[in-house]
Design a protein around this ligand. Structure first.
Ligand code: HEM
Length: 396
């Protein structure tokens, strides 16, 4: 059991063979035995596994700050600050308000025709690949990358350059090549810095070009400087790409293993909305994000020292037996479904409407754009702090 003394024992490791093989089973054990679990990996950190605790800590930014650490393992803080993620309120609000201008419901809704066109073109290309074909890099990554380009207002050549950088970055992270990933992270920082310099020199339509729009915005009587804008764009470039990619791939993997569910959702498009929410709960692609304690605190009898990393485990919270009936079962009609896949509190995902729209478009294509499909080929799962499928081959 965890941490009733100054020298906590290690309750789990997210990179142990058991946790890698079945993180959900490992989380169930933790929720039952040590819901505020300690791990000695990466210098030591705690993980909150219960829904109520994850929600409480996400909201209590005075005790759990995002300003020092948001992932674990983390490289020493350098490069551009990811804004607004790495700020607490009230500073966080200042950045979030500017970004909100580009995530308003009507703006996102207006993107739907362009997103459907983009997805349909990519789908046709993917259909031309052999049979079986790999879906994650072959379709999902291209769609989520293209979505970011549309959202931010990138030209084709800028999109290609970003696509190359993030492809290499994501593969470096997944293969745990952290020094290569660190180098690439700097290149992506530089991409954001160059983009801001370009739009400053050649402003575009502030309604459709995010950098020009952010540069023109006056929030709380102040304008953002170049580094702040680059930090906001930087967060979207990777954050808005890898997580949706894995999520779409998880949906494909699940459906490929359940042709009856495919048939049902093909026949009843009205059932797809609820199914997407259950996919989000079941495959929460952002398994965990991290905060650091600003003071010593205690949760469920476990003492957490000051300045300690604490992982908010959204995936585990979404399987909490105290909140979800029969959580281990995938129920495409689950209602209510108060999952935390998009987080909660001040940092709740700013892109969630866009992510839901992407998921709906991708699901429509999977169900209406081909007949029954099955798994055929290697499957790769994303590792901590992500979750879900990172490579999946489909036979159709
Ligand atoms: C299935 C898709 C997605 C999931 C599951 C997801 C999940 C999350 C979660 C759990 C957080 C909370 C982080 C925290 O509390 O530390 C978050 C924040 C964020 N997400 Fe997403 N996300 C998705 C897609 C997107 C997309 C498409 C975008 C943008 C294009 C995006 C942009 C962001 C940003 C900017 C934040 C930080 C917000 C803040 O700090 O105020 N996300 N997301």
């Amino acid at each position: 059991m965890a941490a009733k003394s100054d020298l906590p024992v290690s309750d789990w490791s997210p990179i142990s063979p058991e946790a890698k093989a079945d993180p959900r089973a490992e989380h169930a054990r933790l929720r039952a035995q040590c819901p505020v679990a300690h791990s000695s990996e990466w210098g030591g950190f705690y993980t909150l596994t219960k829904y109520e605790d994850v929600a409480q800590a996400s909201r209590d930014y005075e005790t759990f700050t995002a300003t020092k650490q948001t992932v674990i393992p983390t490289s020493p803080r350098k490069g551009l600050a990811r804004l607004p993620l790495q700020k607490d309120p009230p500073e966080h609000t200042y950045y979030r308000q500017g970004m909100n201008l580009f995530f308003k419901e009507n703006k996102i809704r207006a993107m739907e025709p362009a997103l459907r066109d983009l997805a349909t073109g990519l789908w046709r290309d993917w259909q031309k690949q052999g049979n079986p074909a790999e879906y994650s890099d072959g379709f999902a990554a291209r769609f989520s990358q293209g979505t970011i380009c549309l959202l931010v207002g990138l030209d084709l050549s800028e999109g290609d350059e970003l696509g190359r950088l993030s492809h290499e970055y994501v593969h470096a992270v997944q293969s745990e090549n952290l020094s290569f990933a660190g180098g690439h992270s700097n290149l992506i920082d530089q991409f954001a810095i160059d983009l801001v310099a370009d739009r400053r020199a050649n402003p575009r339509d502030p309604e459709t070009d995010m950098v020009t729009g952010l540069a023109a915005a006056e929030i709380q009587g102040r304008k953002y400087d170049d580094t702040e804008i680059a930090g906001m764009i930087r967060l979207l470039l990777i954050g808005g790409h890898t997580v949706p990619k894995n999520f779409l791939s998880s949906m494909a993997w699940h459906l490929a293993g359940d042709v009856d569910l495919q048939a049902d959702l093909r026949a009843r498009p009205e059932a797809r909305k609820a199914a997407i929410e259950e996919f989000l709960r079941y495959y929460s692609p952002n398994q965990a994000l991290v905060r650091r304690t600003t003071r010593a605190t205690e949760m469920r009898g476990t003492k957490i020292p000051q300045d300690c990393p604490v992982a908010l485990n959204f995936l585990s919270a979404n399987f909490d037996e105290d909140v979800f009936e029969n959580p281990q079962a995938f129920d495409p009609a689950r209602s209510p479904n108060r999952h935390l896949a998009f987080g909660i509190g001040p940092h709740i995902c700013i892109g969630m409407s866009l992510a839901r729209m992407q998921a709906r478009i991708a699901l429509d294509l999977m169900l209406d754009g081909m007949g029954p499909f099955t798994l055929d080929g290697p499957v790769q799962w994303a590792g901590w702090t992500e979750f879900g499928v990172a490579e999946v081959w489909l036979r159709r």
